[in-house]
Design a protein around this ligand. Structure first.
Ligand SMILES: Nc1nc2c(ncn2[C@@H]2O[C@H](COP(=O)(O)OP(=O)(O)OP(=O)(O)O)[C@@H](O)[C@H]2O)c(=O)[nH]1
Ligand SMILES: [Mg+2]
Ligand SMILES: [Zn+2]
Length: 297
């Protein structure tokens, strides 16, 4: 006789191993994909069959609302599924990459996810002014930037974020060392997410997050911690999707002379004209060109 089927949510993914939180407080199960395929992501709802006390086989992944991932020409890396919003975590130090920020924003835009940018470590004031200046562009583009300090102002940080996160599934995304896990520890009392304390003696980062992990928030909803990324390929976005994901290009698209204009060097291109007039930021158009070039490689 076969075991009864159970449903749950993937709360951690590491290679071919998954952690499944079963419905109705059914506890945790170590899950394995059936066969060779392992295409489940954190946040996925799954049907599994228990094979022992703490192990089960994933039989089915239920239809997703969305799946956020990054990709290059060779492989895709799933970030998380069934999200309501993206919280991009930046810090005054270490220096954050605007290119990575731009790419994460495009991924979110392509999936129509709400995005909130958090600038953490405002207690480190040396780089604060320059971080603010670099974020000005994104505020002008309509993205909300929240300034916080998990260390110096834990209560205010908690207040600012708790209401925005309650009842929603939020993925924390950002480069290593920005404070994603520190935020998780602040917002999810029982999380004990490994935070990186850099050992200056050895110059090695300890406790950097290595797997994506979903935590339940006290007021409902979920917070997903993910490893810091160094690359963010968007190979899977078509040229049309890319063009639409740059929100500030939209008012000009209808003005291009050619209906299939790629806004690279075409005559009569309204996007290039706007760039020349300073109405589109050079950094944004460069990112657009770079993404098209990456797709052609
Ligand atoms: N000064 C200061 N340091 C902070 C603040 N928040 C976090 N940190 C420190 O920043 C370092 C990195 O924090 P983590 O939370 O591990 O960063 P992370 O984004 O999870 O990094 P990865 O897991 O490697 O992706 C740790 O040493 C934290 O103690 C803050 O508000 N101010
Ligand atoms: Mg971390
Ligand atoms: Zn054009």
């Amino acid at each position: 006789m076969s075991a009864p089927l159970e449903s749950g949510v993937i709360t951690a993914a590491y290679g071919r191993h998954y952690l499944i939180e079963l419905e109705n407080n059914g506890g945790l199960l170590q899950g394995f994909p059936r066969g060779k395929k392992n295409d489940a992501a954190v946040g996925d709802k799954v049907i599994c069959e228990r094979r022992s006390n703490n192990q089960g086989v994933i039989l089915e992944i239920l239809p997703r609302r969305n799946l956020l991932y990054r990709s290059d020409a060779f492989k895709s890396k799933y970030l998380a599924a069934n999200l309501d919003q993206l919280l991009i975590v930046l810090a005054t130090e270490p220096y954050f990459s605007e290119e990575m920020l731009g790419r994460a924003l495009l991924a979110a835009q392509a999936h129509e996810l709400t995005t909130l940018i958090v600038l953490n470590k405002t207690d480190l004031t040396t780089m604060l002014a320059s971080a603010r200046a670099r974020l000005h562009l994104y505020q002008k583009l309509g993205f909300e930037v929240l300034e916080v300090s998990v260390h110096a102002q834990p209560q205010a940080t908690h207040e600012h974020l708790a209401s925005r996160l309650a009842g929603r599934a939020t993925l924390l995304l950002g480069q290593s060392g920005m404070g994603k896990s520190s935020l998780v520890n602040l917002l999810v009392p029982e999380a004990q997410a490994a935070t990186r304390e850099i050992s200056t003696a050895l110059k090695t980062g300890k406790h950097t997050t290595t797997l994506t992990r979903l935590y339940r928030l006290p007021d409902g909803g979920a917070l997903i911690d993910s490893p810091g990324f160094q690359e963010f390929g968007l190979h899977h976005l078509s040229e049309g999707m890319l063009e639409r994901a740059f929100g500030e290009f939209q008012p000009f698209l209808a003005g291009c002379r050619f209906y299939n204009c790629r806004h690279l060097h075409e005559p009569g291109c309204a996007v290039l004209a706007a760039l020349k007039r300073g109405e589109i930021a050079p950094a944004r158009h460069s990112l657009y060109m770079q993404l098209l070039a990456e797709k052609e490689q």
